[in-house]
Design a binder for this molecule. Structure first.
Ligand SMILES: [Zn+2]
Length: 228
């Protein structure tokens, strides 16, 4: 009788142990009561304020038609698109230091000095001697020969000379002259690969000193309007 009690007691103990370790099959899992969780409101939808163009627009390639055929200034007399005869490196700006003038007048004056003719590659008229804003192309550009304008051999040989009619120690170029200059410089920079750092005034390169292209010449306006 005592042995039977011991077996029953041992069996009961095993059952309790098994149920403690493995749980009881068929019983529902009891979960602790859930606390109420207050979630923050969802963030507002994000708005992309900066819309970037696709990468193909950001990168200029040699296939860009403007690279091989840059836009030209509108009022031009002479052969602006003459074939290039040398590696032009600079653009040198001048004023005529006179109220009036044009390519023909400067041509005569410079011949009188014993030169081949007008020393610049381009003259931009101001309405006093030629139509305001007209670009006159001289024989030096058309024949791609050395200039006679810089007072410096390097800049006469590799610099494109542009003269604006006027005296910019006292006055400013006309609005049409500036439009023409910006168009011409943009065209020449693209066509000849002249960097903006190489756009200089006569005063920056002449050995001996000069005010040219004038103390009031609007450099800031020019550089702010260039495409490069
Ligand atoms: Zn000059």
């Amino acid at each position: 009788m005592e042995a039977a009690w011991n077996r029953a007691f041992a069996l009961a103990a095993v059952c309790v142990l098994v149920s403690l370790v493995f749980g009881c099959a068929g019983t529902e899992k009891v979960t602790a009561p859930q606390a109420t969780v207050v979630l923050p409101p969802p963030p507002p939808p994000r708005i992309n304020r900066v819309v970037l163009p696709p990468p193909s627009i950001l990168v200029s390639t040699p296939a860009d038609p403007s690279f091989s055929s840059p836009p030209k200034p509108t009022d031009v007399v002479g052969r602006l698109d003459t074939p290039l005869g040398r590696r032009w490196k600079y653009i040198v700006l001048h004023h005529s230091a006179s109220d009036a003038g044009n390519e023909a007048i400067f041509n005569r004056e410079h011949k009188d000095r014993g030169w081949l003719g007008v020393g610049y590659d381009f003259v931009i008229d101001n309405g006093q001697g030629g139509p305001d804003g007209r670009v006159e192309v001289t024989f030096r550009w058309e024949q791609q020969i050395d200039g006679a304008h810089a007072g410096n051999e390097e800049y006469n040989k590799y610099g494109i000379g542009i003269c604006l009619v006027g005296n910019f120690d006292n006055d400013l170029p006309t609005a049409k002259q500036m439009d023409a200059l910006v168009g011409l410089v943009n065209y020449l920079q693209k066509r000849c690969q002249v960097p903006t750092a190489n756009i200089v005034g006569h005063c920056h390169v002449r050995i001996g000193g000069t005010h040219c292209p004038g103390l009031r010449f609007p450099w800031y306006e020019l550089f702010s309007r260039l495409e490069h």
